[in-house]
Structure formats: structure tokens, C-alpha cells
Design a protein around this ligand. Structure first.
Ligand SMILES: [Fe+2]
Length: 277
């Protein structure tokens, strides 16, 4: 596998300066998302795209990974951690890991990794929150108090692997702060508004990243351009969450020899302590 696609070209990256990290975490808590421009190099982006394209475009490739075999359905290539060492390295590349530990605790676990590839005319374009509404409110309570720091059980880094820098390229669209609403998205609207805040598109260059709380009202805008859209997701959770909601998606069936030399933290995240680092 590695021979055909070459070795991982993912770097170690760098932890954010403490003041910058605090600012990012504050914004993530308040608005439900926070931008980190220019995280990945062009070569790292190219490496991840090449591997994702190979597995999407080669029928049967990766189909020998048992329970966590990568599959490409509904534009999503799942279980990428079982594809190639580069995807495993992405889980501990900084500043992802340090931020994940700041949000979910020092024992933060891994709960999913995907690449979404969408061509012209496609998107997950219905407004939604992911999974369930975690903190519902009764009708007579208008919203969660802004003084509360909403708990985060799991979250995603959304990682642009192509330029998604105009609304025609199909960016994610979200309503800032709507994770405080205590409600699912109103069904009868194309333009949900939370306390006067309208949906905004998250425009990115390849290599840009944003932290994303899936309790935000969000959707993908339809890709109306000829540029293929790539968005990768690194997903982390509270330590207990690994056993609650990621039993399938977070198993890594990459061969042991491809994980050699990986850090202890990476092997722990992947639950591959059978491999000696
Ligand atoms: Fe979603």
C-alpha cells in the first residue's frame, strides 16, 4: 500500500501560541466554529488528496480492512485512518491534537475521520445538526444562557483540501451561535436565523482548517463550479465517547508495519497498542 502511494508526507506541525490557542477556543465556544488559516502545506494537501482519490477511484481498493474497511458512499470516504499512514499522522499533527485535548480533555479519543469529495451539482444541502439535539430546551425557554459554556462531547476539524473560496464552490454554511438554541433547525425555512444571526458561508483556501461544533445549524452549499470540492474531517471526542459512539468508525485496520515509528499517543488514539512505536 505505502509502496504504491509513497510514504506519508504529513509534518508534525506546531502547537498554537497560548494566547492564540485561548482566542481560538473562546471563539469556538462562543460561535461554535473557529478558523485556523494556512495550517497544511500544499504538499500535505496534495498527499491527502492523492490517497483519497486513489481509494475513491479504484474499485475494491482497501476492501480488505474488515470491519473498518474504507467505503465511499454519499460523497463521503469513511474510515480513512485505515487507508494510509498519512491519515494516522493527521490525527496527531499539531495543532489538531493539542486543541482536541483542550476541548475534550487530556485523554481525548478519536471517533472518526473522513474525506468528503463532491463534484458539480452535489452537496449535503438540507439544513441539519449532526446526529441528535444534545441539549434540548422546552418551548418556553428561548435559549441556553450565554454565560454557560456548552459541553462538547465530540467535534470535528474541517480541513479544506481544495480552495472552497466562493459560494459557487459549495462551502459549508452555518448559523453562528445556534448551538445555544436548544433546538433543531426550523424545517420550514431556507434561511434559518438565530437571534438575528444569519447563515454565513465558511470560505477556505486549501490547507485552511476550522473547528466545528456539529450542534450548529448547518448544511453544505451545492457545488456549482467545475472545481471538485474536498473537505476532510478529523473527529475527536471525550475519552468515554470512544466506546459510546465510535465503535465502528474509529477502528484502524492499517497493517502494523505501516504504523511503526508512530508516537505512543497516535497508537493510543488508534487503539493500536499492539504495535510497538
Ligand atoms: Fe452535518
Amino acid at each position: 500500500m505505502q509502496t504504491m502511494l509513497g510514504p506519508s508526507r504529513i509534518t508534525r506541525g506546531a502547537v498554537l501560541e497560548p494566547s492564540r490557542q485561548a482566542e481560538v477556543l473562546e471563539r469556538f465556544s462562543r460561535d461554535g466554529y473557529a478558523m485556523l488559516p494556512g495550517v497544511l502545506s500544499a504538499d500535505e494537501v496534495a498527499c491527502l488528496r492523492e490517497i483519497a482519490d486513489y481509494y475513491i477511484d479504484t474499485p475494491g481498493a482497501g476492501g480488505d480492512r474488515g470491519y473498518a474497511a474504507p467505503v465511499y458512499t454519499a460523497m463521503v470516504l469513511r474510515c480513512t485512518q485505515s487507508l494510509h499512514r498519512a491519515f494516522c499522522d493527521m490525527l496527531v499533527r499539531e495543532p489538531f491534537l493539542s486543541l482536541a485535548e483542550a476541548v475534550c480533555g487530556a485523554n481525548a479519543g478519536f471517533c472518526g475521520q473522513n474525506v468528503i469529495r463532491s463534484d458539480k451539482g452535489t452537496a449535503v444541502s438540507k439544513w441539519h445538526i449532526d446526529d441528535i439535539l444534545e441539549f434540548p430546551l422546552p418551548p418556553e425557554v428561548p435559549r441556553h444562557d450565554a454565560r454557560i459554556k456548552m459541553p462538547v462531547f465530540w467535534f470535528s476539524f474541517q480541513i479544506a483540501l481544495s480552495d472552497i473560496d466562493s459560494v459557487e464552490n459549495g462551502p459549508t454554511q452555518l448559523v453562528p451561535g445556534s448551538h445555544y438554541s436548544g433546538r433543531v433547525v426550523p424545517e420550514d425555512t431556507e434561511m434559518p436565523i438565530f437571534e438575528g444571526r444569519k447563515p454565513i458561508p465558511i470560505l477556505c483556501k486549501a490547507g485552511d482548517v476550522y473547528l466545528f461544533n456539529h450542534q450548529l445549524w448547518h448544511r453544505g452549499m451545492i457545488n456549482q463550479s467545475d472545481r471538485r470540492r474536498y473537505l476532510m474531517q478529523n473527529q475527536y471526542c471525550k475519552a468515554w465517547g470512544v466506546y459510546r459512539f465510535s465503535a465502528k468508525d474509529a477502528i484502524c485496520n492499517i497493517p502494523a508495519e505501516d504504523l511503526r515509528g508512530g508516537s505512543e499517543r497516535m497508537l493510543k488514539l488508534l487503539r493500536r497498542e499492539d504495535v510497538k512505536s
